[in-house]
Structures are given as structure tokens and as C-alpha cells.
Write a protein that binds this ligand. Sequence first.
Ligand code: NAP
Length: 324
Amino acid sequence: MAETHRTRLLIIGAGPAGYTAAIYAARAGLAPMVVAGMQPGGQLTITTDVENYPGFAEAIQGPWLMDQMQKQAEHVGAKVMFDLVTAIDLSRRPFRATCDSGDVFEAEAVVIATGAQAKWLGIPGEKELGGFGVSACATCDGFFYRGKDVAVIGGGNSATEEALYLSNLARHVTLVHRRDSLRSEKILQQRLFAKPNVTVLWDTITEEVLADASGRVPVARGLALRHARTSERSELKVDGVFVAIGHAPATALFQGQVGMDAEGYIVTVPGSTRTSVPGVFAAGDVQDRIYRQAVTAAGTGCMAALEAEKFLAAADAETEQVAA
Ligand code: NAP
């Protein structure tokens, strides 16, 4: 039967930002509730080796790290609910969130940590070879392609930055772009064109990620390409493929309720996680279009919990004053 849960702090999303907010809030005595959403654990659950989350000398597995964060949050007193928020009312306190199960959460403060997702091309081979030669994060996975040949797909700031980052690790980087000019900042373009080990394939559509199925598991071996103007087909042999065609923050639920930028990222007050709604905080990729790392998400999750705690203490003091 559907239940109504009352909580001081509702955390929506269970990636590094949500779990870190939960750990800090629980330790501050707020007994937070986390609604984990569609992909509990977030983007790290679809990566394999993680070598850049501090504290682990050996590579760890993304799903394992997220499992540990969940256990840590629960261990200190957070309640994690495997449900999906489908509607929310942030117009008055207590804020009210309705879930897929029918359960309702009434919360005095909310941390939005619903994350963002890389956009994918939707071509054959891309999904099947995810984590086996196909990635959407050079900072996360570039290290595995040291001395190898890689391709980056896209023509914006992300693609140009990913290509630049990879040019310092890989033997050769091919940037595959569907048009004849990049939309990235000129300074990034200049840096890219100055790299001796970077080639740009202009007017080129990526049609398929090709697999080498000769080993234990299929891995990417290249790309099937088509020229946008001549329709001429070709193949590019690479060991790794980085898709960098943008990210989409998971903010549809909050549209029209908290301030967002043109691309749907939640706007926070600089240097904080405060949103346009007092008592609503945003942490992690949902408000970060630049860094998008597990460790930065965790950092802003911590900030959100500390700020929520401060907000609730001030609200309590106000209520006591009114009562006195
Ligand atoms: P973006 O600017 O939207 O660029 C996406 C790129 O992917 C475009 O070149 C686009 O091609 C291409 N693309 C989109 N769909 C495609 C498809 N189906 N097939 C092939 N190519 C496709 O995304 P972004 O580079 O991630 O940047 C997003 C925002 O974050 C931007 O505002 C950007 O400035 C910002 N950002 C800033 C920094 C920084 O300041 N250092 C770093 C990263 C991102 P077309 O060009 O043909 O449309």
C-alpha cells in the first residue's frame, strides 16, 4: 500500500552526489531519505575500471564503488528507497514528491542529485561495445588507450577537449565530425590543430562501431563511416571510440520549478549548491556542465548536505522564535 514518508531531507538520485549528501546529512542527524531513481548508482554503474577516484591504489569497479557508497550511507543512518520520483511540488514547504510506487515524500529540504547522461549516437555496435572500446568519458577511460589509436566523435567543446586530452595519451586521435567546421571555442580548435597526432575527418557520419569478436569478449576494432556529401563509405581502424556529442541533465521533473539554464542544467549560486528555491539544493552533474567527475559530484554532494543542514537549523530557529 502506498505510504507517505515525512523526512527532514529528501535526496533525489543515488550517484556519488546523492550518496555523499546522504552520508553527511545522516551524520548530521537529519535522517535523510534517498530515492534512488532509474539507475541506482548512476553513471558509474555503466563503467568498468575506475582509477581516478582517490583512496584506491588499485583499479576498482564502478558498480562496486557505488555499492560501497550505498552501504556507507545506510550504515550511518540514511534510508535508501528504490523508487522513482515521477512528480514533485517545490512551490511550498514541505516539498512533496510522488513516486512511481504511489509513495509520497514530504520533505523540509531537498537535494536534487539526478545527474546527467551522455548522449549516444544510437548506432549499431555502440551499446553492445560500451566499456569494451566504447566510452563517453576520456578522463575516465583514456588511460586504457595509452599508445593506441582512438577516435572521438563530435564537434563541440566536449569532443575537442576529449581529443586534446587523449592526444597526450594515445598514439593517434581521429576526430570524426559530421560537418565541415567545429563549434568549439577557437582557442581549443587552435590547440587541437597544432597537435601532430590528431587528424580531423570532416563531413563524416559514423554509421557503426565495428567489433572484433575473435577474443573472449567482443571489443571495438573500428568505425564504419560515410562521407556526408559524397556518401562514400570507409572504415577507420581504432582501438577505442569516445562519443562526445553532449550530455543531457536529468531535470525534466523540475522544469519550471527551479532556475535552469538553456540546456536544462540547474543553476546554483556560485560557490554553493543553493538553487532559486530556498531549501532546494542541487549537487553533481545535474548542475555541473564542466567537470562531471565522480569526485566533484561527491564534493558538491557534501556541500549540499552541509547547506541543507544550515538551512534547516535556521528554519527551526525561526519556528521557535514564532512559537515563543
Ligand atoms: P555541444 O556543444 O552540443 O556539441 C555537440 C557536438 O556533437 C556538435 O558538434 C554536434 O554536431 C555533435 N553531434 C550532436 N549529435 C550528433 C550526432 N547524432 N551525430 C554526430 N554528431 C553529433 O555539446 P558539448 O560539446 O558537450 O558542449 C555542451 C555545452 O557544454 C556547451 O555549451 C559547451 O560550450 C559546454 N562545455 C564547455 C566546456 C568548457 O568550457 N571547457 C567543455 C565542455 C563543454 P554539430 O556541430 O553538427 O551540431
